[in-house]
Design a protein around this ligand. Structure first.
Ligand code: SF4
Ligand code: ZN
Length: 728
């Protein structure tokens, strides 16, 4: 290692260690030794410390041994003239720096100023970790760029950010330079930041770098099955699986050097725009460790080559950028050129199959006014009809392909899409319009992407885009009939009416022993796969993650266990799960990966259960927030008394039917009650519980946040669970 860098990194580590010591002393003086310390809503304590040492920091006192460890790791400072031939001392200094930086940031949560402030988001909680971390595993995000400092100007910052987004990378931002920061520069240019757009501003100081590296350490524990304290495997997992690098923009201080040395431990190299000594021979990182003096217009490409990323960017002939990174982009009213649907104008989207000779591949037609004819901020009706043909195409595949319209359109920069079918809502930004985006480009996107993803079943795709109100209403009517037929197909099916269920093992990439068994009356727990979808997916790709499971003879019809299903589970869970009940959360419940829409948990003293949806951030009556619950139930385990499931399953006649079913529900947040209102009422009526009346007997957070309060509430309300047998 270059001795200059080693010396600087070690110097920086000493400075940060001192800062941590002072910060800790200040926090202890203000709040006392026993003051609790946490990053909000996580089961991973202070994550880098926890991942590398296994030490659970819960109070300020718990930082004391960490501080001692930091000091033990710190090598003596060396002069620039002293030759240090190995990375060793600098790497130790790097690790000590990260621990010290975690102490500093954690103390900010205790005594302020809060890391969550204006632009800055601070630590990511476990809900974000699950949602976003999964993308690092399934390949929809190859990794992240930790951008440190600031670009020379706003324009350069925007260009760098866009290039990183186009490559689907997350951009994690920290530190500042020449009085500004990369995040501030993006904000000035009106760029939308946040986890949805993959542009994540963590904090204005270099110490905020630990939020990126802590995220990576948690991903290894959560998805890679790495045990806390197993620092070797954690770092190796990151080196091999998370494609990350540091972009250092601006003057590299001693503290930056020290933090970069910490990142090198993970195998994350640093690419700098300034003239700092390079470290080229490969060792800990896959390629070079530090590369300097890279011009801004090349810096993203260079970083990608150095870190060894292989990214396939689909070429779509449209005038705006196209990448999954734009998926979460919102378009505010002020930034919008035009919008469609969303209760404002009639809208729909419909994918249907047609005979080969009636589809001309690549043909896109626009009927009605185009975007030029609307005033800025205006609206138009929108009907999208996609006609596909292919020898292997079947009507059952239509909804599966149609659902992709949402994903595909959202990948275009400046296009926002929500909903589906006749409740779709589309916005196109002023910037996209100025760049030349027109209605025909919606068709171009769908043509390109359907070919890209479904070439195994379709040969031809043509698209008609309608914006004439009369015509839109007319075709919308036709489409509605088809939507209705599709729904009726699944609604009429029961688990007894089929001999085959479908498996889904998509989530095994991060929960290796988990599988969903999808039945007509129980969809996959993420809510994305119904039995029909499972069947279609199997036919589209017979070697894929959805396989048919013949049921075989029932083992226990009440619990929902079948001979062959159990055999299949045993085999696909690598021998870890012998039996699984489709209808019980008490006896051999289904396993949960991490993507469940909801978790149900028994509240023993009430004789009933509570349901928490993923979006509910607050404490629940079982004493855990959703994120903690998810940590308890997830990962492919069977945890009696708890089960992860889709929203749809709640109103299925098979909902924990072996345990008493729907009637057991005693608590759910108001948001879930409101959202499922009509279905819940229907379900309660069908069970003779008095429809709306039953809903009023279910407690929510406005009347009960603890188990005792729920018990009191349901006793007063005369909830039917009061006369049922206990669940266990
Ligand atoms: Fe498949 Fe289940 Fe994962 Fe959904 S949660 S993707 S159904 S394994
Ligand atoms: Zn999952």
């Amino acid at each position: 290692m270059s001795r200059i860098i080693a010396a600087a990194a070690i110097r920086g580590a000493h400075k940060i260690a001192l800062q941590a010591e002072q910060m800790l002393a200040k926090a202890v003086a203000a709040k006392g030794d026993s003051a609790p310390v946490e990053f909000p809503n996580t089961g991973y304590f202070i994550p880098i410390i926890y991942a590398m040492t296994g030490h659970e920091v819960k109070t300020l006192a718990d930082f004391k041994p960490v501080m001692a460890r930091v000091k033990a790791l710190l090598p003596p400072t060396v002069s620039d003239h002293l030759w240090t031939p190995y990375l060793g001392p600098a790497l130790d200094a790097g690790m000590a720096t990260l621990f010290a930086e975690e102490i500093i940031e954690a103390c900010k949560y205790v005594i302020g100023p809060s890391p969550v402030n204006g632009l800055w988001l601070g630590a990511a909680d476990d809900v974000i970790l699950r949602e976003r971390g999964i993308q690092f595993v399934d390949g929809s995000a190859p990794g992240f760029a930790a951008v440190v400092g600031a670009a020379p100007d706003t324009k350069t910052a925007v260009e760098i950010a866009r290039k990183l987004q186009e490559r689907m990378l997350y951009v994690f931002m920290c530190a500042h330079d020449h009085g500004t920061s990369f995040a501030q520069q993006l904000a000035e240019a009106g760029v939308q930041m946040g986890w949805e757009t993959r542009l994540v501003p963590f904090g204005p100081e270099i110490t905020a770098a630990i939020y990126s590296l802590g995220f990576a350490a948690r991903a290894a524990m959560s998805f890679g099955g790495v045990q806390p304290g197993d620092f070797r495997r954690n770092l190796l997992y990151n080196k091999a699986r998370i494609f990350a690098f540091v972009l250092a923009l601006g003057k590299v201080t001693d503290e930056w050097y020290a933090t970069a040395a910490g990142a090198i431990n993970y195998g994350f190299p640093t690419i700098a725009d300034s003239d700092i000594p390079q470290i080229l021979p490969t060792g800990v990182c896959t390629y070079e460790h530090v590369v300097s003096s890279v011009p801004h217009d090349e810096i993203v490409e260079r970083a990608i080559v150095i870190r060894g990323l292989k990214i396939k960017v689909a070429k779509v002939p449209i005038p705006v950028a196209f990448s999954p990174a734009f998926e979460g982009e919102r378009i505010r009213k002020e930034d919008m050129h035009v919008e469609f649907g969303g209760q404002r104008t009639p809208g729909f989207e419909w994918l249907t199959s047609a005979p080969m000779d009636q589809v001309e591949d690549g043909k896109v037609e626009v009927f009605g006014a185009d975007l030029d004819s609307v005033q800025e901020g205006g609206k138009l009706p929108l009907g999208i009809v996609v006609e596909v043909a292919g020898r292997k195409m079947q009507p059952d595949f239509e909804p599966v392909l149609e659902r992709q319209i949402h994903t595909f359109l959202n990948h275009a920069q400046g296009v926002f899409h929500m909903g589906q079918r006749d409740i779709n809502w589309v916005r196109i930004s002023k910037a996209a319009f100025k760049a030349g985006f027109r209605l025909e480009h919606l068709g171009k996107i769908l043509h390109a992407m359907l070919h890209e993803h479904f070439s195994s079943i379709l040969d031809k795709v043509q698209v008609k885009v309608h914006s004439d109100e009369k015509k839109v209403l007319e075709i919308q009517d036709q489409a509605r009939k088809v939507y209705h037929e599709r729904d009726a197909r699944l609604a009429g099916m029961t688990d007894e009416s089929v001999d085959i269920f479908y498996s889904c093992t998509l989530c095994q990439s991060f929960a290796p022993n988990h599988l969903c068994v999808i039945t007509p009356q129980r969809s996959g727990l993420c809510g994305a796969y119904s039995w029909l979808d499972g069947r279609a997916a199997y036919e589209i790709n017979p070697a894929g993650a959805n396989q048919p499971i013949p049921k075989g003879a029932p083992v226990d019809a009440r619990l929902g266990q079948w001979e062959k299903v159990n055999q299949f589970i045993l085999q696909k869970s690598s021998g870890t799960i012998e039996r699984m009940s489709a209808y019980s959360m008490i006896v051999d419940p289904m396993t949960s990966c991490g993507c469940f829409e909801c978790i149900s948990a028994v509240l023993p003293s009430t004789g009933g259960i509570m349901i928490a949806p993923r979006e509910y951030p607050d404490m629940t009556p079982c004493g855990m927030k959703f994120s903690t619950l998810a940590g308890t139930v997830g990962g492919g385990r069977q945890v009696p008394g708890f089960v992860g499931h889709s929203r749809h399953y709640i109103t299925s006649p098979k909902f924990i039917s072996a345990d008493g079913g729907f009637k057991r529900i005693v608590w759910m947040p108001k948001m879930l009650k409101d959202e499922l209102h009509d279905d819940l009422v229907k379900c309660a009526s069908a069970l003779g519980l008095g429809g709306e009346e039953f809903l009023k007997k279910i407690a929510d957070e406005t009347v009960a946040t603890t188990e005792e309060q729920v018990a009191e509430f349901i006793a007063k309300a005369g909830h039917p669970v009061m006369v049922m047998d206990p669940m266990f």
